[in-house]
Design a binder for this molecule. Structure first.
Ligand code: GLA
Length: 659
């Protein structure tokens, strides 16, 4: 049974930490949850110290009572395993399970997430408590979902990690000779004579070997996926409810989320914007489109957001009126099966006492709770969207290996940044109003009319051939600077970049990279501007669309286009400014025959369509802009006809009623 089948509609609610409160408050919680139409509460995320006050001695009585109370109140439970926050007794008994930073500092408890994921004692304790919880609550009538851990995030460089890393390397390379060759250890006298000589990339004198650092990232990701899977399997022995874990914010890339997405029953993400206003709306779309893609297009879940939390360079800004609903709907529009928050009631004490919540310190008589209630009401009216999906004709390529590789030391420019390159590509597509997926470079891309490949520094042979085939079969591909430059081993492609099959599709050969100076801004022959990067490239079948107009590159190609097979491949060798990049993306969308989800909407008005397997459609329209937009149809939120969407407003129109 799916989550929404069990809930009878979309999920609404959040993290619930009743152990911070007294009975009087629980009574109020019951009443307020009914008022806000809460139907799912995430319980137990940070409850290890209460659930297991001493090693091996469990106290479930309080959780029994909370689950029964929630159930009696009609609230389902997303029950967490508490393994993100080991209690003090655990760390004192197992000091070797505390994480060690790259510079050798062993952290102590006093915050959260103080564990080494490779420490045997930690892994065993995590399995034990997951199993004990599943045994006790696996069939509880309130239980709708399992929430393993919380935002797997801690990295560690300790001796347990070193030992596990060596096991992983042996499995990957088989022999030291192969590893030495792959990592290029002939340079700087790094040749390893035994496995024991290999260390995690701890603090060292200068640049670290890129093969070592990228493999360490791959290893850390595999360790997390294994730790998650162990808990999931322990749970499945006692319970048939779906199992998830909440993925971290998109700027953190400790885990290959394609791999984690394959292991969970339901992809779940957390969302806290890093800038206010329209940028937050674009970021919501970015995180939501990623989540849907990691879920393979299947429904997924927004596990956490803040009612009033926008992280902005050292400040926590408040959300503007209306944004609680708009941000919730932004995720639901893109396939989320609900909207949950961290957390239900704002803590009066503890490290996150200033983090916003559904019931703020001020209590229910507040703007925030009023908006929460209105949002709960709106989400309840969207039950018929459950299980429907979003179809995109455009994809941005996204590969963890490329991201990790681009974090290597010693690259030609410190301004090469994977995450912001992805954000820029997605933002241009979001501004153009089209639906966008993310896709791994090695998967079948045939369903997309247009594919963008930003910052694909590392590209496997299989990936390069896949992109060549995509173009040959009729696709439109845009490859951006410094892509396809190294293989899986981080070894440079010789004879010119990018990797040969991709070069054939692009009809070019990059001969030399020429990073620009800090703040340098160049002009191309079509009047657009570039920053950060330039390249000297030769045409091998492609035509020049725009040329450089400066220095040694004066007159040579900057932007090229090549008809190849049934498709077209474009190559952009600099980083265009926002306007130039938007114009290029618009041109390519046009040539690939991709239009906006709903044509004619002004900028700042977002539209997404969800479609059910039996062909019903819903258009979610979010007006982030200052103008009223005429749009008529039957709106599920107001359960009536509308003729316009006011500034800040949102509608969910049944497809057949749109006029
Ligand atoms: C994350 C965590 C929560 C909470 C929020 C707010 O998403 O999962 O436990 O800490 O951030 O900071």
């Amino acid at each position: 049974m799916t989550l929404t089948d069990r809930l009878g509609g979309l999920a609404f609610g959040g993290d619930y930490n009743p152990e911070q409160w007294d009975e009087q408050t629980w009574k109020e919680d019951d009443e307020l949850m009914r008022r806000a139409r809460v139907n799912l509460a995430t319980v137990g995320v940070f409850s290890w110290a209460l659930l297991e006050p001493e090693e091996g001695r469990y106290d479930f009585a309080w959780l029994d009572a909370q689950l029964d109370r929630l159930h009696a109140n009609g609230v389902h439970v997303d029950l967490a395993t508490p393994t993100a926050s080991p209690p003090p007794w655990f760390t004192l008994a197992h000091p070797d399970a505390l994480p060690v930073t790259a510079d050798g500092t062993r952290l102590v408890h006093g915050s959260r997430d103080t564990y080494c994921i490779s420490a045997p004692a930690y892994r065993a304790a995590a399995r034990r408590i997951a199993s004990a919880l599943a045994e006790r609550y696996g069939d509880h009538p309130a239980l709708a979902l399992w929430h393993v851990h919380n935002e797997y995030v801690t990295l560690c460089w300790c001796d347990h990690t070193a030992a596990a890393f060596r096991v992983w390397l042996r499995a990957r390379y088989g022999s030291l000779d192969v590893l030495n060759e792959a990592w290029g250890t002939a340079f700087w006298s790094q040749r390893y004579g035994s496995w024991e000589q290999i260390l995690p990339p701890r603090a060292t004198q200068w640049h670290r070997n890129p093969g070592l650092t990228t493999d360490f990232s791959r290893f850390c990701s595999d360790e997390v996926v294994a730790a998650f899977s162990e808990q999931r399997d322990a749970i499945r022995e006692h319970s048939d409810r779906p199992v998830t874990t909440n993925m971290m914010l998109p700027g953190y890339q400790n885990i290959d989320l394609w791999a984690l997405g394959r292991e969970v029953d339901l992809v779940a993400i957390d969302f806290y914007p890093s800038a206010p206003g329209l940028d937050a709306a674009a970021e919501a779309a970015f995180t939501a489109d990623r989540a849907r893609s990691f879920a393979g297009g299947a429904p997924w879940l927004l596990m956490e957001q803040g009612t009033s939390t926008v992280y902005d360079r050292g400040r926590t800004l408040a959300k503007e009126p209306g944004e609680i609903l708009r941000h919730s709907l932004a995720h639901i529009a893109r396939g989320s099966e609900g909207a949950l928050f961290f957390q239900w009631r704002q803590s009066k004490a503890g490290a996150e006492q200033w983090h916003s919540a559904m019931v703020p310190h001020a209590g229910p008589d507040s703007r925030v709770f009023a908006e929460v209630t209105a949002t709960g009401e709106a989400v309840a009216r969207l039950a018929e969207l459950a299980g429907s999906t979003v179809t995109a004709e455009v994809a941005v390529l996204h590969d963890s290996d490329a991201w990790w590789a681009l974090n290597s030391d010693g690259l030609p420019s410190s301004e090469l940044d994977y995450h912001s390159s992805l954000r820029d590509a997605h933002r241009a597509l979001w501004d153009a109003g089209v639906a966008t997926d993310f896709a791994h470079p090695e998967v079948d891309l045939g369903r997309y009319r247009f594919v963008v490949a930003p910052a694909l520094y590392l590209l496997s042979d299989a990936g390069a051939e896949n992109l060549r085939r995509y173009v040959a079969d009729g696709g439109t591909l845009l490859v951006q600077h410094f892509s396809g430059v190294v293989d899986e081993r981080l070894q440079a492609r010789l004879g010119g970049y990018p990797a040969v099959p991709l070069r054939q599709a692009l009809g070019i050969r990059v001969e030399e990279y020429r990073p620009l100076r800090q703040d340098e801004r160049i002009t191309l022959s079509d009047g657009s501007h570039g920053t950060v990067w330039s390249e000297s490239l030769r045409l091998q079948g492609a035509e020049t669309v725009a040329a450089y107009t400066h220095g040694a590159l004066d007159g040579s190609p900057a932007l090229t286009r090549h008809g190849y097979g049934d498709g077209h491949a474009w190559y952009l060798s600099t980083r265009l400014d926002e306007a130039g990049y938007a114009a290029l993306v618009a041109r390519l969308l046009d040539s690939a025959g991709v239009g906006p989800v709903l044509p004619g909407l002004p900028s700042g008005v977002e539209a997404v369509t969800r479609e059910s397997s039996d062909g019903r459609r819903w258009h979610v329209v979010l007006n982030h802009g200052p103008e009223t937009v005429p749009l008529a149809g039957h709106d599920l939120i107001t359960a009536g006809s509308v003729t316009e969407v006011p500034p800040g407003g949102c509608v969910v129109l049944r497809g057949e009623t749109l006029r």
